[in-house]
Design a protein around this ligand. Structure first.
Ligand code: AMP
Length: 371
């Protein structure tokens, strides 16, 4: 593959060895996802800390392979400061015969957003975190990607409040009830998806609104226990939607919703009272009003009434952070969704993924320079 020298190291708590080029030292486990184990490491070549994710046998099933392949393709396509970028891609295997594991090197962040929920955040931090989520999502949309599975565990942040989205959501042909091992999170799922309506980019505005509300409230805003309960949670908080929305539903769903007692819509001041918002700063009362206004417009049940991502970025609560190069840049290429639709057997996936890794190594033998 390349003349890099590899070594194997046992990482405490990881239950697996990492076999990496010698330039990476001090490996420590930091996370575990559906696809693999993530370690922090020191890249001695540049003197920077990085994250290394090990994908074990990424080709073993159709689901694992597609997801791994999509992830490495998208990490290379999407280049935005609020989206995790690929610094290096390698395998210790020299030939396809011995190929089992793939390693992805990324920027290292401090923690995922779950760790931030329930910490004392001021308006400056909350609005900046939200702004960065919106910038990342807008950029993904510009590449033709609707995320559809945005959640706090897939958003990572640093102490300095910089934020990056870690994953690229669901492939277009993946239904809501995907098979194991990937559990599609329910709490952030938009009403139009729950009710089986056609949907678009606005589903990501809903999810971002849920995450915003969670940062303010300190707990999940719509904690549904199953698919149906998710809808009940939403209406028990926001009230039954108007007839203009219900009239657009499929007949069976319409009948079901009309059979339920109408729930009164409380005011947003009642739903998210002042004491939940940051306070004590000179402009906090006004920032609270702006924040609540934006939240209410992102969490409109009817997607036709919900703000677009560009409208969110222009809202007074986040507009103070607006920078052209973050909030209105488009990805130069759109994603080829055809990749998500190919059906290959494990041996073919193995070849495809191995050749992707080999190609990367040929093009960038020492990876990309971290910024
Ligand atoms: P994943 O396998 O991508 O779902 O990642 C699992 C967990 O590992 C995440 O929820 C994060 O807590 C952590 N993690 C993954 N990548 C990084 C990274 N680049 N920087 C910091 N933490 C990360």
């Amino acid at each position: 593959m390349s003349d890099t020298e590899f070594y194997s190291t046992t990482v405490p708590r990881a239950d697996t060895d990492f076999t990496v080029p010698k330039r990476y030292s001090e490996l420590k486990m930091i996370g575990r996802g559906a696809q693999g184990i993530v370690c922090s490491a020191l890249d001695t070549q540049y003197g920077v800390k990085v994250a290394i994710k090990k994908f074990m046998k990424p080709f073993q099933t159709q689901i694992h392979a597609k997801r791994a392949f999509r992830e490495i393709k998208l990490m290379q396509l999407l280049r935005h400061r609020n989206i995790i970028s690929l610094l290096n891609l390698f395998t210790p295997s020299e030939s396809i015969d011995g190929f089992t594991d793939m390693y992805v090197v990324m920027d290292l962040m401090d923690a995922n957003l779950c760790r931030v929920v329930n910490t004392q955040l001021d308006h400056e931090r909350v609005s900046y975190l939200l702004y960065q989520v919106l910038c990342a999502i807008r950029y993904m949309h510009s590449a033709g990607i609707i995320h559809r599975d945005l959640k706090p565990s897939n958003i990572v942040v640093k102490e300095d409040c910089s934020l990056k989205i870690l994953d690229f959501g669901l492939a277009r042909n993946v239904g809501n009830f995907m098979m194991t091992p990937y559990v599609v999170t329910r709490y952030y799922r938009a009403p139009e998806v729950i009710l089986g309506m056609p949907y678009d980019e606005k589903v990501d505005v809903w999810a971002s609104g849920c995450i915003f509300a969670e940062l303010i409230k300190g707990e999940v805003f719509f904690p549904g226990s199953d698919h149906i309960d998710q809808w009940h949670q939403i209406t028990s908080v926001l009230g039954t939607p108007d007839d203009t929305f219900i009239d657009r539903l499929m007949d069976t769903v319409k009948t079901y919703i009309r059979s339920k007692p109408r729930v009164h819509r409380p005011t947003w001041e009642e739903l998210v009272p002042d004491h939940l918002f940051p306070s004590g700063g000179p402009n906090d009362a006004q920032r609270t009003r702006e924040g609540r206004d934006l939240m209410s417009r992102m969490l409109e049940i009817d997607p036709l009434k919900r703000l677009t991502i560009d409208q969110c970025l222009q809202h007074p609560y986040v507009r103070c952070w607006y920078r052209q190069e973050e909030a209105s840049v488009n990805c130069p290429e759109t994603y080829n969704h055809g990749i998500d639709e190919v059906e290959l057997n494990p041996e073919q996936w193995k070849e495809l993924i191995f050749s992707e890794v080999t190609e990367f190594q040929q093009k960038f033998p020492t990876g990309h320079t971290p910024v």
